[in-house]
Design a protein around this ligand. Structure first.
Ligand code: ADP
Ligand code: MG
Length: 437
């Protein structure tokens, strides 16, 4: 028997316990896999600790899934070191996420011809904390009429930080009073003013891991446990595949591997509004029905990257994308098709599908069995108990248990009908995650 290649996945974690436990359990159950080239690969996981490191230390990890470095800078600097020096594969690279925040993502998608709502960046409300500010601003800050800008955009609109996340500092602006109050409150934050997509029909949130996308119906006004609605076919097939393409375009363009993209749909037009969400929330208490899919996609993509020795790419190459964007002979739909091809190239979608079919043929049954097990039930119970106060335990256990139960019965009939692993996203979202062959 050929030698088995050992690979270690590092998990860089914050406060969460649920999905890492799930991911660890599934990795253990998976065992060694045989790639299409006949080589055997064994994958294990380890939670990373934060400790001093010498910049020349050799890491033991081959791939790291990061949910911490966006706010904790010591491990973020370790990620940069292992990306530059050791070719460790990262979900996601801090290079692109540090330099390419929400604002940069708006700019890129506008150039690619997507329907990003009109957006204006206004200067800081308060002085910048720098000895040179007073002189510089007196000399160069041009006075501007905030009301004029707002009137040109039209009410209602949103004011939100240029590098936003987690709804920090976001407010809806309905009139002049809101406008001035929010701008005064913005203080040291740098703000966008963005036209509201008023009266949108659907809020679609697309979670993408490698080449797999699940487009889910999102209800931003609900509490966290109720935001993702379980609804199939809530978008027409055309709008559904447009949503998939937009999400995959953002990720392939910026080299993001694990991200969520928020889009508003109104009168058949898809407006992307927020799509720089590094390593997004995948808690069982928010994803519920979609949690098994997310864990499976994370496992499939990690194993694929390790077993095929996929090389990390930390730098963005805008050239092929802008060639499509600037091609005047192409309509929007032609551009979308070209972007999807570029995204498929970047994520090696065809090779990935083949790999999943050959090396991971039993992953569906394995995940199904685990979600149906006492282990999973215990994980759900302890997550509910860590997340909610005791008087809500029964209610939430029943709520999430019910939604996961629904997934179990849907999954059993899907597998019974002989649908392939990668067709699964067609169930949760409106379109196959990976374009059908
Ligand atoms: N242009 C917009 N039109 C309609 N709703 C918006 C718009 N921008 C933001 N929102 C609402 O505000 C919420 C937070 O804004 P978002 O850009 O997603 O910020 P964050 O990065 O903090 O999540 C969105 O989920 C959506 O409900
Ligand atoms: Mg958002």
């Amino acid at each position: 028997m050929p030698a088995t290649h050992e690979h270690l996945i590092g998990l860089l974690l914050g406060a969460e316990e649920d999905w890492p436990t799930a991911f660890e359990a599934l990795t253990r159950r998976l065992g060694p896999v045989t790639a299409p080239d006949g080589a055997r690969h064994a994958v294990s996981t380890e939670r990373m600790t934060i400790e001093p490191f010498n910049l020349r230390d050799k890491p033991r990890h081959d791939l790291v899934i990061d949910r911490l470095a966006h706010w904790y800078y010591h491990p973020r600097e370790w990620l940069k070191k292992v990306a530059l020096m050791d070719d460790v594969y990262l979900l996601n690279s801090p290079f692109t996420f540090q330099s390419m925040e929400k604002h940069a993502a708006y700019c890129a998608l506008m150039r690619l011809g997507m329907h990003v709502p009109e957006t204006v960046l206004v200067p800081y409300k308060n002085p910048v904390d720098n000895a040179r500010w007073a002189f510089t601003s007196a000399k160069y800050n041009k006075s501007f009429d905030l009301d004029r800008i707002a009137e040109d955009l039209g009410y209602p609109m949103y004011m939100k930080p240029f590098d936003g996340g987690a709804w920090r500092g976001v407010s809806m602006i309905r009139d002049r009073d809101d406008l001035h109050r929010s701008y005064d409150d913005s203080g040291e934050m740098l703000m966008h003013l963005q036209q509201a997509v008023d009266g949108f029909e659907v809020f679609a949130r697309a979670l993408t891991i490698g080449p797999e996308t699940m487009v889910m119906k999102f209800r931003p006004d609900e509490p966290m446990h109720n935001r993702y609605a379980v609804e199939h076919g809530f978008l027409s097939p055309a709008v559904g595949s447009e949503a998939v393409t937009i999400a995959q375009t953002v990720n392939a363009f910026f080299r993001w591997e694990f991200n969520s993209c928020e889009m508003l749909v109104k009168d058949g037009v898809v407006y992307p509004i927020d799509y720089a969400n590094a390593c997004p929330d995948v808690a069982v208490t928010s994803l519920h029905y979609y949690f098994p899919w997310a864990m499976k996609a994370l496992l499939r993509w990690s194993v694929y990257c390790l077993a095929t020795d996929r090389k990390p790419r930390t730098q963005v190459d805008t050239t092929p994308w802008f060639a499509v964007a600037d091609d005047e002979s192409l309509e929007y739909s032609g551009k979308l098709a070209a972007y999807q091809r570029l995204a498929d190239d970047y994520f090696e979608t065809e090779r990935y599908r083949e790999f999943c079919d050959v090396a991971l043929p039993h992953i569906d049954e394995m995940v199904l069995e685990w979600v149906d097990s006492d282990d999973f039930r215990k994980l759900l119970t302890s997550t509910v108990q860590q997340t909610y106060p005791p008087h809500e335990w029964d209610r939430f256990e029943a709520h999430f248990g019910g939604l996961v139960g629904l997934w179990l019965s849907d999954e059993k009939s899907r597998i019974g009908a002989g649908e392939s692993a990668t067709d699964e996203a067609a169930i949760g979202g409106p379109a196959p995650a990976v374009p059908a062959e």
